[in-house]
Write a protein that binds this ligand. Structure first.
Ligand code: MG
Ligand code: MG
Length: 246
């Protein structure tokens, strides 16, 4: 769906709230902090900016951010988990302003992390930007995933296929989906005013996933580390505009 200027402006504002939630949580990540404390910091931003959370109560999700450490890919529930030196932690969160949604994620190291972990973070973030580079009007949607996958495979990383990006607007998850791989068809043509959340999830090992018994937490089947970077991006006449970055 294409959004008009007024709608895009609301999504831009929602995106800035999400960017601030990222700033505040990123600055607090250190050995000894719990994932519940990170959630509380993000909730303060939502409140201060007059936004509402699209994560809280989403199909019963109990928090405003997802916290997914180490081999957890996505959808971890904040709680008593204490971050330790050398961990990596993925933070995914969103916000709603006047009915319009933003959604973005990042993975950060806790203290000093291994070279392999750092490589995973660097390549996953780079794959996101390679996808964003494809978000120009006239291009086809699935060129995004093709670009993500190319970066991931060149670095010998596993590309999660069971969870994908999505269009976003008056709901967090709208159609169509945005896979992080070439699905075999080019998909719809990108037009100005379309907005998507692009979110590669890459693993140091294989692509297979397991859903844990809490019904939310998704981990790598082989126990390898996983990283997740996401932005909400609009197609404009002047190329991609990333709403969830400063
Ligand atoms: Mg997200
Ligand atoms: Mg998303």
């Amino acid at each position: 769906m294409r959004r008009n200027a007024d709608e895009l402006n609301k999504m831009r504002r929602a995106g800035k709230v999400v960017a601030e939630m990222h700033d505040v949580t990123r600055a607090a990540i250190r050995p000894g902090i719990t994932t519940r404390e990170l959630d509380a910091l993000a909730a303060e931003v939502i409140k201060k900016r007059g936004a509402t959370s699209n994560f809280l109560n989403y199909h019963g999700f109990p928090a405003v951010i997802c916290t997914s450490p180490n081999s957890m890919i996505v959808h971890g529930i904040p709680g008593d988990v204490v971050l330790e030196e050398g961990d990596i932690i993925s933070i995914d969160c969103g916000a709603i302003i006047e009915g319009y949604h933003g959604d973005a994620a990042y993975t950060a190291g806790v203290g000093t992390i291994s070279k392999e972990a750092q490589r995973l973070l660097d390549v996953t973030e780079r794959s996101l930007w390679a996808g964003i580079d494809q978000m120009v009007k006239g291009n086809r949607l699935n060129e995004i995933g093709r670009a993500v996958e190319k970066v991931a495979l060149a670095a010998n990383l596993g590309v999660v296929r069971e969870y994908v990006g999505h269009a976003i607007g008056t709901a967090m998850h709208e159609s169509p989906q945005v896979p992080n791989y070439w699905p075999g068809t080019p998909g719809p043509t990108l037009k100005e005013g379309m907005v998507f959340a692009v979110e590669p999830m890459l693993n140091l090992g294989g692509e297979d996933t397991i859903l844990l018994s809490d019904g939310w937490s998704v981990v790598t089947a082989d126990g390898s580390l996983s990283a997740h970077f996401e932005h909400t991006i609009a197609i404009t006449d002047n190329g991609p505009e990333v709403f969830t970055a400063h």
